[in-house]
Design a binder for this molecule. Structure first.
Ligand SMILES: [Zn+2]
Ligand SMILES: [Zn+2]
Length: 189
């Protein structure tokens, strides 16, 4: 189970669902599908926009000791390309899983397992496990295209759309730049 700790959850949509009374008995099952509204969240320095929202297909089953949530979430996301900062599109498809303990007793809470969510009243927010699973699927780098050339480290020109002449000019900040002054000028005729 993925924890939602790594994401900034302020202002995120909620998808409230009542586990009770339908899922009160072992073996009871509910199937849910839908789409929740456009949102955005951040992960580290990355701001992820979900302009089309998130579609989901979920199943909730009372297993006897709790309610197991399983299913899938899909979203088309946009963020800044890690190399050039242009818009990068990424399709996120994530397996969603969570486990809810209905009406836990004190012993269960004390001996708690990180992956379980306790609910005294059976009200849960399905947006949390859905968004957490999408965050988990995010790669460390998102590129606008596989061969993104990035920005010139010296003049910050976007090398996908423009050329710069920085590579023709010696870099005065290079640690060995001072050595050049000691060498004969081999480019001179
Ligand atoms: Zn790029
Ligand atoms: Zn340059």
């Amino acid at each position: 189970m993925v924890s939602a700790e790594s994401i900034d959850t302020a202002g995120l949509p909620q998808l409230i669902y009542r586990l009770l009374p339908e899922l009160a008995s072992p073996g009871e099952c509910a199937v849910l599908s839908g789409r929740f509204p456009p949102t955005q969240f951040s992960k580290g320095a990355m701001l992820i926009h979900l302009a089309e929202g998130v579609s989901y297909e979920l199943e909730l089953t009372n297993t006897g000791s709790g309610v197991l949530l399983t299913g899938w979430a899909h979203a088309d996301a946009t963020t800044d390309c890690t190399r050039c900062t242009d818009i990068a599109n990424i399709r996120l498809e994530a397996e969603v899983e969570a486990y809810y303990i209905l009406d836990p007793d004190d012993a269960e809470i004390a001996d708690h397992d990180d992956s379980a969510v306790f609910t005294k009243n059976g009200i849960i927010d399905l947006a949390e496990p859905i968004l957490a699973s999408l965050v988990y699927e995010l790669p460390f780098t998102v590129l606008c295209r596989d061969d993104c050339a990035g920005l010139c480290p010296r003049c910050y020109a976007n090398l996908n759309s423009e050329e710069c002449s920085c590579s023709d000019i010696p870099d005065p900040s290079h640690p060995l730049a001072a050595l050049r002054t000691l060498l004969p000028d081999i480019t001179a005729e």
